[in-house]
Design a protein around this ligand. Structure first.
Ligand code: SF4
Ligand code: MSK
Length: 654
């Protein structure tokens, strides 16, 4: 038991790590022990961009490098450690931005098909948001039907990906000062695909060989992700499936049911999972399940698909990235259906120890050993029914080796940017004014976006929960997405009662508005909601003219994916100080690291930091928030409040 306890802070996961060991199922927790990272690659100084390499140019350890040695420390083509580290870093951005944006493209294609009446089963659910987007995109509303408007929006959205000139349209949503900065610095993205392709071109052997211009292109591509591909995904998904509103849910492996068919939906896109949720409720499916001896059909989510269906339907959430194999280890999962991103190839080998069937659904994501039932937007309901039927048929094949941990926790999710607006200001005068006022009067010190993955190199969920508790204790309101949101929800931080962990000022606001101190904003692409929330704070006034002036900070304390690097870079590129934990991929080049951690502040108003200790990282964020409060001249208000509290404590003690 002691060994499993060193791998996760979550009791349900600890139990399943133990069970996996007993069952002989090899998981990421085991592989992280046997597979040690290459120290040169980890620091970003290994290049394999051509057939003469790989070339390794590590920083010499334990001795001062002479200027001659530094000059000669190059790859065969002459590339320096700076060039190699910068190329590797922005190739990560390209990978992450491509993943988010291809997701956005898929949503735009479905959106257009729905508008044209070619995707039965789907409909436009949020008319208000449709009309808002029409205004943003300059689409005529007049007396046209929703579908006519939606066709124009869908075509404009799709065109954003292949656009060659001009600017990504959603840049216009940013504060004016930010737009001007992007244009002045030459980092306003022209088209989404173009910026990603340009990274691949510039990083080819013998093209861009100045780390500063390479890194600037990285910023430009990341902005195309956050304010382009990801924002398109979020906006169009909201119009198609409904903009999330607060919803009560349950979370952790304990949501699996012993007496029901368990179907887990894992990945990132809500396109098919929305249909699976509907198919599982059809009377003929429930009848079929009963005929196989089950009491019903239970759907649970995993990773970001989970966040999507939780936010809109309250579907229970089984866990985050490092719990995907552990769910199968329960022995109670009849089907795990996956789409794209963050799906471990080992799911099929873990499943061999049990009865679970793995079903892939995306034409872009196949896994040997899985069943492939391809998602066809023109016939989505049929694919969904086939998947549900497969799960039901597999229910009788469950063995006796079943152990579902009892752990499950309540959470409140569904905090879209619009919902926060309504909750704070009321439906008729929706506004961020109360948030800004409480920041100005010091009850709320600032706002932090804490996002990102699990990383098998650090104890599962520990950094997320420790950092977020420290932030709310210091009156910082926390906005979350992705696996970080799942980690904190599992720790019980997403209920109004969690205000007990918050400082007095933040707790008083949470109690007055009726919100938890930690708000769940959705999946990885929904980090675009955090950009919109920050923009709304600027536009409401009193906190400066740009995102970089706000008392806000970002973090991904257990990041691992390229998408997380792209997200972090667009936070920074939008003016937000952003701290990553776990590991940092440019430490082999002090110049590149210095550019990202310091010089970028002069270009973007935001910069990166790396701090693996989550408490220290939280205090870097708090210090930054205090620095911004001081610059805004609102630091005194908070000091007064702190003085009052101290006085009160003294009085109580007397
Ligand atoms: Fe080596 Fe240059 Fe080829 Fe990279 S591009 S592998 S540094 S020769
Ligand atoms: S799923 S990108 S592990 S957050 Fe979005 Fe989680 Fe990171 Fe994947």
């Amino acid at each position: 038991m002691a060994e499993a306890e060193t791998k996760s802070i979550d009791n349900a996961s600890i139990k399943m790590i133990e069970k996996a060991a007993a069952d002989g199922a090899n998981t990421a927790f085991d592989r992280a022990e046997t597979m040690k990272p290459c120290p040169i690659g980890a620091e970003g100084t290994c290049c394999k961009n051509c057939g003469m390499g790989p070339c390794r140019v590590p920083l010499p350890k334990g001795k001062e490098e002479t200027p001659k040695e530094k000059k000669e420390r190059r790859g065969i083509c002459g590339a320096t450690a700076e060039t190699i580290a910068a190329r590797n870093f922005i190739r990560m951005i390209a990978g992450g931005a491509a993943a988010h944006s291809d997701h956005g493209r898929g949503v735009a294609k479905l959106f257009l098909a729905v508008a044209k009446g070619e995707a039965p089963g789907y409909e436009i659910k949020d008319e208000q948001k449709l009309l808002q987007l029409a205004l943003d995109f300059g689409v005529t509303i007049g007396d046209r039907s929703n579908n006519e408007i939606a066709i124009d929006i869908g075509e404009k959205a799709l065109a954003e990906f292949g656009k060659q000139e001009g600017e990504v349209l959603f840049l216009r949503r940013a504060p004016l000062k930010r737009q001007e900065l992007w244009r002045r610095e030459g980092i306003a993205p022209r088209g989404i695909d173009r910026e990603i392709v340009e990274i691949m071109h510039r990083t080819h052997i013998g093209v861009d060989q100045d780390y500063r211009s390479l890194l600037r292109q990285g910023v430009r591509a990341s902005i195309a992700d956050g304010w382009g591909g990801s924002m398109i995904a979020t906006e169009l998904q909201d119009i198609l499936f409904g903009t999330p509103a607060p919803v009560l849910g349950r979370i952790n492996l304990g949501v699996l049911k012993r007496d029901e068919v368990n179907l887990i939906i894992h990945g990132h896109e809500p396109l098919l999972s929305e249909m699976i949720v509907v198919a599982a409720q059809e009377p003929q499916m429930i009848e079929l399940a009963k005929s196989k001896g089950a009491n019903g059909i239970s759907i649970a989510g995993m990773c970001c698909t989970a966040n999507e269906i939780l936010m809109r339907h309250g579907v229970p959430l089984a866990g985050n990235f490092l719990q995907q194999e552990l769910a199968i280890v329960t022995g109670a999962v009849d089907v795990m259906v996956v789409d794209i991103q963050c799906i471990m190839q080992s799911l099929t080998t873990v499943a061999e120890c049990y009865h679970t069937k793995i079903i892939t659904t995306s034409p872009k994501a196949h896994i040997p050993g899985a069943i492939h039932i391809e998602f066809d937007e023109h016939n989505a309901m049929e694919s969904a029914r086939a998947i549900v039927r497969t799960a039901i048929e597999n229910f009788p094949n469950r063995g006796s080796n079943i152990d579902i941990p009892k752990e499950q926790t309540n959470l409140v999710a569904g905090f879209s940017h619009e919902t926060i607006n309504y909750l704070l200001g009321g439906i008729y005068r929706a506004s961020y004014r109360p948030l800004n006022d409480n920041i100005i009067n010091g009850r709320i010190r600032g706002v932090a976006g804490v996002v990102g993955c699990n990383n098998a190199r650090v104890k599962h969920n520990e950094n997320h929960v420790t950092m977020v508790k420290e932030l709310i204790k210091n009156d910082v309101l926390v906005l979350q997405t992705g696996c970080s949101a799942i980690a904190c929800a599992e720790a019980g931080l997403m209920t109004p009662e969690a205000a007990e962990y918050a400082g007095e000022g933040l707790a008083s606001v949470c109690e007055a508005v009726g919100i938890p101190p930690v708000l769940h904003l959705g999946s990885c692409v929904d980090n675009s909601r955090i950009l919109m929330a920050a923009t709304a704070m600027v536009k409401d006034g009193g906190l400066g003219d740009d995102i970089s002036e706000l008392p806000v900070a970002g973090a991904a304390p257990e990041w691992m994916s390229e998408k997380a690097i792209s997200i972090g870079q667009y936070f920074v590129g939008s003016g937000v100080f952003t701290v990553f934990g776990a590991t940092w991929p440019t430490l082999g080049s002090p110049e590149v690291t210095e550019f990202l951690f310091k010089d970028l502040e002069n270009i973007c108003g935001g910069m990166w930091a790396f701090e693996p200790n989550p408490i220290k990282a939280a205090h870097l964020m708090i210090d930054h928030i205090d620095k911004k409060r001081k610059a805004l001249g609102i630091d005194k208000a908070r000091e007064r409040i702190l003085y009052d509290m101290a006085m009160r404590r003294e009085l109580e003690a007397a």
